[in-house]
Write a protein that binds this ligand. Structure first.
Ligand SMILES: [Zn+2]
Ligand SMILES: [Zn+2]
Length: 365
């Protein structure tokens, strides 16, 4: 995993150092911020790069996310795009769009997604929105279609409330969890599903389980079904039919594994509900994609909360909650250069948290 994170840092490179970067924490710690960045990134990677893909824990991700401009995170394995502020070409090939909320930088590209899939002859877009927002999302798409003079296009918009399951065509199970933004918002967890030996059979030998399976196949029962048939002479005849019913013994359970989680825009307050099972799954998903809009003291923690966004100080304060193998940080404010972002992460995150964080820097100079 560490190797893949190092590769992700390398793939995204580091631009030239900018004056006025947030270096206060580094100074306080007696280290140079640029030294800390260089410790993270091999010198060969210091040249800028415009890679659009990253691989984190074996999972390929692609997309762009800049606060107020556009967010779209594509997960080809799950055939999902999380949000669609504009519509990168590859997003069109993911049938499912999971919307965290309906700010324009997260939903503006949806008409392109719907129209392009139709033009390419692909199955209609499947869009998931927070509760109460499906009708508004349809209006957005239909207004664009009307302006285009386009004939009706097949697509679906569904709402997914907390506690509901949605099976995706890619085989993943999707659930939502509440987040805290300036309008109603939610994050998503995608689960893989695997068959596992039934809990009460754990510890039994292979031979015992084989015998159980065999027993299951051989257990049959004979059921006598009695029916009456009326005939024209008004004589009632009893008919007896023998039916054999096979009884099989199920020896496996389905286990759900949280693989990928996405927060969308949120303050750190979404972490407050410790009892929420889907939130807890998000915090132990192998890969968590989380917003990190503000990184410096020019915007205080309180101001960040007021704007509905995460501040790096709030992230550090909740470091113990994140059990993920990797955290992809997105949605940085456009005020930051990529060198600012890397310096902040290198100097402000404690080492254990820093080791699992990868910034998505596509489109950031
Ligand atoms: Zn946003
Ligand atoms: Zn927003």
């Amino acid at each position: 995993m560490i190797q893949s994170l190092a590769r992700a840092f390398k793939e995204h490179g580091v631009g030239p150092q900018q004056p006025g970067s947030p270096t206060a924490a580094a100074a306080a710690a007696g280290t140079s911020a640029s030294d800390a960045v260089r410790a993270l990134v091999p010198p060969a990677a210091l040249a800028d790069s415009r890679q659009t893909k990253m691989t984190v824990c074996g999972l390929e991700l692609e997309g762009v996310s800049i606060s107020g401009q556009e967010t779209c995170i594509i997960v080809p394995r799950a055939k999902v795009a999380f949000d669609i502020g504009r519509c990168p070409q590859r997003a069109c090939f993911q049938q499912t769009v999971l919307l965290s909320h309906t700010h324009l930088d997260h939903v503006g590209g949806l008409p392109f997604h719907v129209a392009t899939r139709c033009m390419l002859g692909l199955p209609g877009s499947r869009v998931v929105a927070p509760k109460g927002y499906a009708a508004g999302v349809r209006k957005l798409v239909e207004a664009a279609m009307e302006l285009q003079g386009s004939p009706p296009i097949e697509y679906e918009v569904a709402e997914l409330e907390a506690g509901q399951d949605m099976q995706l065509p890619s085989g993943y199970l999707c659930r939502s969890f509440p987040t805290t933004h300036t309008i109603p918002s939610q994050g998503y967890v995608l689960y893989s599903q695997r068959r596992k030996l039934r809990a009460d059979l754990q510890g039994k030998s292979g031979e015992e389980i084989r015998q159980l399976r065999l027993a299951g196949e051989e257990v049959t029962d004979t059921v006598e079904v009695r029916d009456t048939v009326e005939v024209t002479v008004e004589v009632t005849v009893e008919v007896t039919v023998e039916v054999t019913v096979e009884v099989t013994v199920e020896v496996t359970d389905t286990v759900e594994i949280p693989e990928i989680a996405f927060t969308g825009d949120t303050t750190a307050a979404f972490l407050g509900s410790e009892a929420a099972p889907v939130l807890n799954d998000a915090l132990r998903a192998r890969v968590l994609v989380m917003e990190m809009t503000f990184l410096c003291d020019n915007v205080t923690v309180e101001e960040a909360r007021g704007k509905g966004h995460m501040h790096i100080a709030d992230f550090v304060a909740h470091a113990h909650r994140f059990q993920n193998e990797a955290i992809v940080l997105i949605h940085f404010s456009p005020r930051y250069k990529r060198s600012d972002i890397l310096e902040s992460l290198a100097t402000m995150l404690p080492p254990t948290l820093r080791a699992k964080c990868v910034p998505l820097l596509n489109g950031i100079e």
